[in-house]
Ligand binder design. Structure first.
Ligand SMILES: Nc1ncnc2c1ncn2[C@@H]1O[C@H](COP(=O)(O)OP(=O)(O)O)[C@@H](O)[C@H]1O
Ligand SMILES: [Mg+2]
Length: 315
C-alpha cells in the first residue's frame, strides 16, 4: 500500500523573539501513514501532536526534516498539499459567530474555489451529515460547544480531501456526539479517505484506529498496529478490583506474583505475569473479602501509562 503521509526526521523548534529561548517541539519524528488507514496519534499535553498536525497541514513550516503528503512536500508545494488535506482542530476558534452555519461553510467553500453549485450541494450534504441540517440557517453564536465542533468537522470536509487530520476532535463533545463522530470516521474510511487522529481518549483510539503512535517530548515512543499494542507490556494479564483499604492495597502490591498495582477510575488494577498468577490473585483477593475482583485485558491506557507515566492523565 502506498504511503499517503511520509514524515522523515522531522524537527520543529519554536524560537521566541523576545527571550532568546528555544523550545524543541519535535525532535526527529519519522512516520508513515498508509492509504485508507486510521492512525491514532496519542501523547500527553505538550508532546508535539498539534505541532505535527500543523506541519502536515501546511500551517507551520518544519525546522528540518521532510514531510510529504501524496508525494508533495509540505514546504515546497503547500497548495498541492492543501487540496488533499482537511484539518479539524479542537475548540471553537475559526468560526464566524454572527453568521449562520451554512454561511460559514459557504465561505470555506469559496476559499477552496468550489463552484457555486458544488458548494451549495456540499454544504447541504455536510450539514445533514453532522446533524446540523435543521439549524443550518441559525447564527453560530447560538450553537452549543458540541454543535460548533460538528460544524468544524463539516468545514474540514468541504473540499472532499483524501486525508483528514483531526486534532482532539471530540474535546467538548457530549458522549452521543462523540459516538457519532466515531461513526463518521468509519464512513470516511469507507469512502477511501485516510484519517490521522490525535486524541487524549484512549478508548476512542483503541476503538477507532488501525494503528496507534505515541509521542512524548517530541519523539515517537510507540508505533504499532492497535491489535499488537499488548506487546509493549511484558505483563499481559491484569486483575481489576475495588478496595479502599490502603493496607490491603500495599499487601497486594507486595505479593510475589503481582508486578504492580495501579489506581484506575473506579478501582485498582494489578498487573501480573501469567494466567496462573491471575488465578492466585483472584483467590487471594476473595479470601480477603474483595469480591469485586475480575480478570481483564491490558488496554491502550495501560501501555500509555507505562510509557508516559501519570503525566498522561493530567489532561
Ligand atoms: N507557538 C509556540 N511558541 C512556543 N512554543 C510552543 C508554541 N506552540 C507550541 N509550543 C510548545 O511546543 C511543545 C509542543 O506543543 P504542541 O504541539 O501544542 O503539543 P500537544 O498538541 O501535544 O499538546 C509544547 O512544549 C508547547 O509549549
Ligand atoms: Mg494539541
Amino acid at each position: 500500500m502506498p504511503a499517503v503521509v511520509e514524515v522523515r526526521d522531522l524537527v520543529r523548534v519554536y524560537r521566541s523573539k523576545r527571550k532568546a529561548e528555544e523550545k524543541v517541539a519535535l525532535r526527529g519524528v519519522t512516520l508513515t501513514v498508509d492509504d485508507g488507514e486510521i492512525l491514532g496519534l496519542l501523547g500527553p499535553n505538550g508532546a508535539g501532536k498539534t505541532t505535527l498536525v500543523k506541519i502536515l497541514s501546511t500551517v507551520l513550516l518544519p525546522t528540518s526534516g521532510t514531510a510529504k503528503i501524496l508525494d508533495k512536500d509540505v514546504a515546497a508545494a503547500p497548495r498541492a498539499v492543501r487540496e488533499n488535506v482537511g484539518v479539524v482542530f479542537g475548540g471553537e476558534r475559526g468560526l464566524y459567530p454572527r453568521i449562520s452555519a451554512r454561511q460559514n461553510l459557504d465561505f470555506w467553500a469559496a476559499l477552496y474555489r468550489l463552484d457555486r453549485r458544488t458548494a451549495r450541494r456540499r454544504c447541504a450534504e455536510l450539514l445533514d451529515r453532522v446533524g446540523l441540517g435543521d439549524r443550518a440557517d441559525d447564527a453560530v453564536e447560538t450553537f452549543s460547544r458540541g454543535m460548533k465542533q460538528r460544524l468544524h468537522l463539516a468545514r474540514g470536509l468541504i473540499h472532499g480531501p483524501r486525508i483528514l487530520f483531526f486534532d482532539e476532535p471530540t474535546t467538548g463533545m457530549d458522549p452521543v456526539a462523540a459516538r457519532e463522530f466515531r461513526t463518521l470516521v468509519h464512513e470516511l474510511r469507507k469512502e477511501g479517505r485516510t484519517v490521522f487522529l490525535t486524541t487524549h481518549d484512549m478508548a476512542e483510539a483503541e476503538a477507532l484506529c488501525d494503528r496507534v503512535t505515541l509521542i512524548d517530548h517530541g519523539s515517537l515512543v510507540l508505533d504499532e498496529p492497535t491489535e499488537h499494542i499488548g506487546r509493549y507490556l511484558d505483563t499481559r494479564e491484569c486483575v481489576d478490583f475495588s478496595c479502599d483499604d490502603r493496607a490491603l492495597l500495599d499487601e497486594v502490591a507486595a505479593l510475589p506474583f503481582v508486578e504492580v498495582v495501579e489506581a484506575r477510575a473506579g478501582g485498582h488494577r494489578a498487573l501480573v505475569r501469567d494466567p496462573a498468577a491471575v488465578a492466585q490473585l483472584l483467590v487471594w483477593l476473595i479470601g480477603r473479602g474483595v469480591l469485586s475482583a475480575r480478570r481483564s485485558e491490558p488496554s491502550l491506557e495501560d501501555i500509555y501509562l507505562r510509557l508516559v507515566g501519570t503525566r498522561a492523565m493530567s489532561v
